[in-house]
Design a protein. Structure first.
Length: 285
């Protein structure tokens, strides 16, 4: 399992072999909260014949477990973006197009902002925001605190729990293997990272900063949304997308996938691949 030490944490990654056209940017996939690199596999399998693809686990998630002997780290969006900048530098990647899911979309936007010389564009999947609703966010943060507290390993042994998890946040049930993966990632995530990433990314200041950040980006930014996503509803995706200059162009910068929930890259990998391929062809002429 290849890994690179970043700020004291061994980061798991996998970089596919060179594609037919090595002049194209590397596609870098950033997963969401309490997930891991595994959820990108269906999409990467469709894209890697044409593009080099980099998948990795965020600090504290998946196989990138934190070093508990180090001082308390930051789990802000900017901190995760700094991690990614180091990873790209260590892998000698000079051109990248970022693809981020949910929380990973916000990290992608931050990364594009802090290293514009490396990032040619961004595609956010099931990601949006920029509106701070105090009561709703407090409910969400409190629920997240309780969720992170109760993660006993025996959850992995409960019969049928994988079937329940395979129905969570999606429009149609996924295969049981995805339910089992959801449980593994949920149980094994580092408690500090799980809680820190949740709390530090949902402060009023952080939420209000996203529109300002995206307004300053010179790179193209696109959004892919599921019409049945109840976690990140389309209205919130459109709100954040509206702050980017492409929103007012004839083509716009939002793509909607019908009958799709919050895990578009697993629910509809072929449609996501088609959309992403079209975006890349349009911008890399």
């Amino acid at each position: 399992m290849p890994s690179i030490n970043i700020s004291g944490t061994s980061h798991y990654y996998h970089l596919s072999v060179s594609a037919a056209n090595s002049q194209r940017p590397v596609l870098v996939f950033i997963h969401g909260w309490l997930l891991s690199h595994h959820y990108w596999q269906p999409l990467v399998e469709l894209l890697q014949p044409h593009y080099r693809c980099l998948i990795y686990d965020l600090r504290g998630f998946g196989n990138s477990q934190t070093n508990t002997t180090l001082p308390k780290p930051s789990y802000s969006l900017n901190s995760y973006a700094q991690d990614l900048r180091i990873l790209l530098r260590e892998l000698e990647i000079s051109q990248a197009w970022l693809v981020g899911h949910s929380l990973g979309g916000s990290i992608a936007l931050w990364t594009a902002s802090i290293c514009p010389e490396l990032i040619q564009g961004v595609t956010c999947i099931n990601s949006g925001g920029g509106i701070y609703l105090k009561e709703e966010f407090e409910k969400f943060r409190n629920a997240g605190r309780q969720l992170v507290k109760f993660r006993p390993h025996w959850l992995l042994c409960i019969p049928g729990l994988d079937l329940i998890c395979a129905r969570m946040m999606v429009y149609r049930p996924l295969k049981p293997q995805w339910g089992r993966q959801r449980i593994r990632d949920f149980v094994h995530a580092d408690a500090g990272a799980a809680l820190g990433a949740l709390l530090e990314s949902t402060t009023e200041a952080e939420v209000h900063n996203l529109p300002k950040l995206i307004m300053g980006l010179k790179q193209p930014v696109y959004f892919i949304a599921g019409t049945e996503d109840r976690v990140m509803e389309i209205k919130y995706v459109k709100h954040l997308a509206s702050f980017h200059y492409l929103f007012d162009t004839p083509q716009g910068n939002i793509f909607e996938i019908t009958d799709c929930g919050h895990l578009a890259m697993v629910e509809s990998p072929e449609k996501v691949a088609d959309i992403l391929s079209g975006i890349l062809q349009e911008n890399l002429k």
